[in-house]
Design a protein around this ligand. Structure first.
Ligand SMILES: NC(=O)c1ccc[n+]([C@@H]2O[C@H](COP(=O)([O-])OP(=O)(O)OC[C@H]3O[C@@H](n4cnc5c(N)ncnc54)[C@H](O)[C@@H]3O)[C@@H](O)[C@H]2O)c1
Length: 264
């Protein structure tokens, strides 16, 4: 299926992991993809995608929390590609810490990257989409957008916030035929997953139970109805659907992509 022939799609945090998977899926379906990330790797990821799928790609190293950079980035996208069909706000971070040890700076940083920056990217993408009277904004939430986990109140705050941002913007942008939706990955195997396994594993270990590498995530995966951890491609297919014409009548929604981990 090539539903996005010549569409322009922006994906943030796409040097690796879920973002890379989303960029690959859009490229497979014919879109030109513009990917951003803090990491230098973003250049190689864009080149790999262009070589493999014969689409135009562009890599931009930027920090999604930096207003000046984000504003300049979307202006450049409009200049280079003349239209913007889809913007996926995927960049995210997590830290895991005891309440007494978590600094206000660390709390704010996670909220800035995981919620405020998504709003900022939506604002700048919407400036282009409103002029077109058409567009798709897709925001990354998390299982923690549905239910808080231990030692991550900042992450839960941000990811629950993303759902609110999504609903609010969906109402405001509906008259411009722009849909705004969010997705909640469950346990997806990426570098973030490895960090979660290591740090939560250490913090949840007790004298009776010491978690070795991979054991904590396996325990959580065993409690998922579908009994396996997801891959970035499991997320990407759903994002492509939300960006497609078939999803034209879906807005303000948040979809769990988690093997049944959460059912709310
Ligand atoms: N992996 C999971 O199990 C899981 C579960 C729920 C939600 N999520 C969410 O999915 C998204 C992608 O996660 P992932 O697992 O691929 O993680 P990842 O760490 O592999 O990738 C995240 C990417 O975002 C980039 N990034 C971080 N801060 C940035 C910033 N300020 N500016 C630009 N880029 C920045 C990173 O450099 C990295 O390349 C995140 O929003 C995450 O919270 C992941």
């Amino acid at each position: 299926m090539r539903r996005f022939e010549d569409a322009t799609v922006v994906v943030s945090g796409a040097a690796r992991g879920i973002g890379e998977g989303i960029a690959v899926r859009f490229a497979q379906e014919g879109a030109n993809v513009v990917i951003t990330d803090l990491l230098d790797e973003v250049e190689n990821t864009a080149k790999r995608i262009a070589d493999e799928y014969k689409v135009k790609t562009k890599a931009v190293k930027l920090d999604v929390t930096d207003e000046e950079q984000v504003v300049a980035f979307y202006k450049q996208v409009e200049q280079d590609f003349k239209h913007l069909d889809v913007s996926v706000q995927n960049a995210g971070i997590i830290t895991i810490e005891h309440l007494e040890k978590m600094s206000l700076k660390d709390f704010n940083k996670v909220v800035q990257v995981d919620a405020v920056a998504e709003w900022l990217c939506c604002r700048e993408a919407a400036r282009i989409m409103v002029k077109q009277d058409k567009g798709r904004l897709i925001n990354s939430s998390s299982g923690q957008g549905r239910k808080g986990f231990i030692y991550t109140p900042h992450y839960a705050c941000a990811k629950m916030g993303v759902i609110g941002i999504t609903q609010s913007l969906a109402i405001e942008l509906a008259p411009h035929h722009i849909t705004v939706n969010a997705f909640c990955p469950g346990i997806i195997v990426t570098e973030m997953w490895e960090y979660n396994d290591r740090v939560w594993g250490q913090m949840l270990s007790t004298d009776k139970k010491q978690y070795k590498k991979g054991e904590l995530m396996q325990e959580w995966v065993d409690a998922i109805p579908l009994r396996y951890a997801g891959k970035p491609s499991d997320i990407a297919g759903v994002i492509a659907f939300l960006a497609s014409d078939d999803a034209a009548y879906i807005t303000g929604q948040t979809i769990n992509i988690d093997g049944g981990m959460f059912m709310n």
